[in-house]
Design a protein around this ligand. Structure first.
Ligand code: ATP
Length: 337
């Protein structure tokens, strides 16, 4: 649906030192498939707005290619099938939601009957039916943003481009916008959004791209990007040793053997009973984490536990958070630029 390849954009800028060139895009490549909710993330100045402006045909690239639905970005054929919600949509204060939609729809040369039918549908979709004749002056930022979504959908586009759709909204407003985006996803629309709020992107998007210094660093599903497991913190779940094993007081044995151990739910205080039947579904288990730095250290711990009668029920390396992925990619891009 969106195909961007080796896209470059240079701006001419003026400062007190005179004219200089700003490389806003340095060879960005990206593909978005039909039906996806795709999130573009990046720090300030990464080039996100520049990329969106090229996709919408507001500015031209310096080199590389960008197409929507197989048509060159900016061509009439591509623009007809795109709806856009800018970061700061302005609706004249004298409008109601309904009159604002009529105003925007007229620009798409829709007939009066079509405008009424489509307005009814969209006001229902964004949850503004019943408030549609009130002045937008009384609207909360969340309602305003939902009106913006309805405006962007008026000509029934296949692709919606949303610039910071939940920025500045309170949790209730964000939740309402998210619900509308979910409904749009269910109806088969493709959504391309740009956001600073990582948590929001995690909740909404099926795939994301992290952009920094004019390039796409990584793109994929969030669970693929954060799959990078690390040894720093290894979580174990063990069943207690059977009576007669060398670790008579298992928790104390663990504490003495691994001084840096962190028990899940705090250090167990009472002596923990030994297991009598390891295959019993309720065999007593303990969960803890250990700071380890390599596979051979993990192997040594597992060997030690088993030698002393513990039975291993689970072992998990820590998965980094999406925020950690983001920070890692951005700082890696800073080093290579
Ligand atoms: N019209 C322009 N003239 C000169 N430089 C520009 C122009 N527009 C953007 N830039 C520069 O290009 C780079 C990328 O800007 P862009 O606005 O695309 O980034 P962004 O990722 O959208 O940032 P933000 O999150 O702050 O909106 C920045 O260094 C910016 O200063």
């Amino acid at each position: 649906m969106i195909d961007v390849s080796d896209l470059k954009k240079k701006y001419s800028a003026w400062s007190f030192r005179g004219r200089h060139v700003v490389e806003a895009l340095r060879g960005a490549s990206l593909q978005v498939r039909a039906g996806e909710v795709f999130g573009l993330l990046g720090p300030n100045g990464a080039g996100k707005t520049t990329l969106i402006k090229i996709l919408l045909g507001v500015i031209r690239s310096s080199s590389g290619s960008a197409s929507l639905f197989g048509e060159p970005a900016g061509s009439i054929a591509a623009r007809m099938r795109v709806g856009y919600l800018p970061e700061s949509l302005r609706v004249d204060r004298h409008h109601s939601a309904r009159s604002a939609l009529r105003y925007y729809a007229r620009m798409s040369q829709m007939s009066g009957a079509e405008i009424n039918r489509r307005s009814d549908e969209l006001l229902e979709l964004v949850g503004l039916r019943g408030r549609d004749r009130e002045s937008v002056r009384q609207f909360s930022k969340g309602m305003y943003q939902r009106l913006g979504l309805a405006q962007a959908l008026m000509h029934d586009p296949d692709l919606l481009v949303l610039d910071e759709p939940t920025d500045g909204l309170d949790p209730v407003g964000r939740n309402e916008v998210r619900k509308v985006i979910d409904r749009l996803r269910e109806s088969g629309k493709t959504i391309f959004l740009n956001s600073h709020i990582l948590q929001e992107v995690e909740l909404i998007c099926s795939r994301v791209a992290i952009m920094s210094h004019g390039k796409i660093c990584v793109a994929g599903r969030i669970d693929e990007l954060t799959q990078f497991d690390r040894f720093e913190e290894v979580a174990f779940e063990v069943a207690m040793p059977a009576p007669g094993s060398s670790a008579q007081d298992p928790a104390q044995w663990l504490r003495q053997t691994f001084p840096a151990i962190q028990f899940a739910g705090g250090t167990p205080s009472d002596p923990i009973p030994s297991a009598t039947d390891l295959d019993a579904p309720h065999a007593m288990t303990l969960e803890f984490t250990l700071p380890l730095s390599s596979q051979s250290e993990v192997d040594d711990v597992v060997d030690g536990l088993r030698r002393n009668g513990f039975s291993l029920r689970g072992l998990k390396l820590k998965r980094e958070s999406f925020e950690e992925t983001f920070m890692r990619e951005v700082s890696r891009s800073k080093e290579t630029t």
